[in-house]
Design a protein around this ligand. Sequence first.
Ligand SMILES: NC(=O)c1ccc[n+]([C@@H]2O[C@H](COP(=O)([O-])OP(=O)(O)OC[C@H]3O[C@@H](n4cnc5c(N)ncnc54)[C@H](OP(=O)(O)O)[C@@H]3O)[C@@H](O)[C@H]2O)c1
Length: 248
Amino acid sequence: MTRFKDKVAFVTGGSRGIGAAIVKRLAAEGAHVVFTYVSAGDKARAVVQEVEAAGGNVLAVQTDSGDAKAVAEAIEQTVADLGRLDILVNNAGVFVTAPAGDPANDLDALDRQIDINIRAVVTAVRTAARHMGEGGRIISIGSVNGSRAGFAGVAEYGGSKAAVAGYTRGWAWDLGKRGITVNTIQPGPVDTDMNPDNGDFAAMLKAGMPLGRYGRSEEVASAVAYLASTEAGFITGTTLNVDGGLNA
Ligand SMILES: NC(=O)c1ccc[n+]([C@@H]2O[C@H](COP(=O)([O-])OP(=O)(O)OC[C@H]3O[C@@H](n4cnc5c(N)ncnc54)[C@H](OP(=O)(O)O)[C@@H]3O)[C@@H](O)[C@H]2O)c1
């Protein structure tokens, strides 16, 4: 499969979980992928090795999404090194939340989540928009909690992800005339370090899903690949739930 031959993709948070699956999928389909990580250098190197062993082109850069300027610089560097940017995937995110009034919801936690889940995404899109041409693709990983909380304790995380979906609708208008599409994918429960299939919420979540199971990171990556492809050229400003029916 070479749908993304000669394309350059930038993916935030590609060392583990959903982001790693996105990196591998885009690279397997021919894209030259640059991805960020913040702390798991060993896991980032393992992703690089796996992609290279399969014949793909990939580069890992340590860039904290908590520092929006650093994200912008990493995108600028990618364009300077590789000459173009075709696909941006805003995947890095954190799940920091607790019920309203809980002391864990201090201002530092609020700032960190807003910085990573919103501020870095906005900055990445602003930067990418300066470099993308016709056919450009911007895909952000929101969350099903951006549309529906469903249970207590996810207000702050869900609010940050609702912001991503809201920005996405505006960016679709900003960039549509240039032939660039902008979409958000809203995963439901996906088995990763953030939300393990055997975690505290797992049984409750599965009981509320028509498909009754957690998703796999590869099932989100396949939706990213579709939205990044030319086949999805008439889709913009939308949120695509990849959630086993949780929002149904
Ligand atoms: N798993 C789910 O059920 C689920 C459901 C809905 C939405 N999502 C969303 O999907 C995305 C990926 O989630 P996941 O489950 O794959 O998470 P994960 O297993 O916790 O992996 C997070 C990835 O993001 C990176 N990352 C975290 N903070 C970062 C930062 N400050 N700067 C740069 N990279 C950072 C991590 O890098 P390091 O390895 O270096 O730490 C890692 O590669 C997130 O936006 C999340 O909100 C997940």
